[in-house]
Design a protein around this ligand. Structure first.
Ligand code: HEC
Length: 194
């Protein structure tokens, strides 16, 4: 019996003990590797830290830094409430700008005159007579903004007319300073042959 005792002790597991065992090196390597991969991923896929994750697209301002004016932006903030985003207007109330002779005729002088001075009397558009009120924009929009919005409406929704220059708008503004709104479409037609 006594000679088997040492073997039996040898088969015992050692007593569990508490102690400081170092974190294995491969754990450090794994964590370090993950950080490296994360860093590469951010730089390669998101452009971080240049945009720091900001994926918003800035809204185009009416006048960009280069001094260019966006006719679409001027239209959306000043005209679309009445003439609608699709240029179709509202039947019986706001006339359409799409397929309107007042918009596309000639070099755009008539349309410019209407936008500068506003319009109060009757005007016939696509065979329908409107008797509404359009406000003047001479006081609130610059020559460049009016030129841009006119060029925009003359080239949108199927319209294919020439753009209007800022110089032309400036010239017209001069000739109709402080004028009352036009008294109907025929007054505009009488003033400008095209
Ligand atoms: C408050 C509503 C309103 C706003 C804002 C407005 N309009 Fe008008 N517009 C009208 C009305 C109403 C008429 C018709 C006026 C009438 O019957 O005498 C008209 C007529 C016109 C016409 C001639 C008729 C036609 O349909 O072709 C043009 C061109 C025009 N507008 C362009 C513009 C442009 C460009 C802007 C923005 C810079 C603008 N309008 C902003 C209400 C508006």
């Amino acid at each position: 019996m006594s000679d088997r005792a040492p073997n039996a002790r040898g088969r015992e597991h050692p007593e569990p003990e508490e102690g400081d065992r170092p974190i294995p090196v491969w754990v450090y390597q794994l964590v370090g590797g993950l950080f490296l991969w994360g860093g590469f991923y951010l730089v390669a896929h998101t452009g971080y830290p240049l945009n720091a994750g900001d994926a918003r697209t800035p809204l185009p301002a009416a006048a960009s830094e280069a001094g260019e004016v966006s006719g679409a932006t001027v239209y959306n903030s000043n005209c679309a409430s009445c003439h609608q985003g699709n240029g179709q207007g509202v039947p019986g109330t706001f006339p359409p700008l799409a397929d309107s002779d007042w918009v596309s005729a000639g070099d755009g002088t008539r349309a410019a005159a209407i936008v500068l001075r506003g319009l109060n009397g009757p005007i016939e558009v696509q065979g329908t007579t409107y008797e509404g009120q359009m406000p003047a924009f001479a006081g609130s929009l610059s020559d460049a903004e009016i030129a841009a919005v006119l060029s925009h409406i003359r080239q949108s929704w199927g319209n294919h007319a020439s753009p209007v220059t800022t110089a032309r708008v400036a010239e017209l503004r001069e000739s109709m300073a402080d004028a009352e709104p036009w008294d109907g479409g025929e007054a505009v037609r009488a003033a400008f042959s095209q």
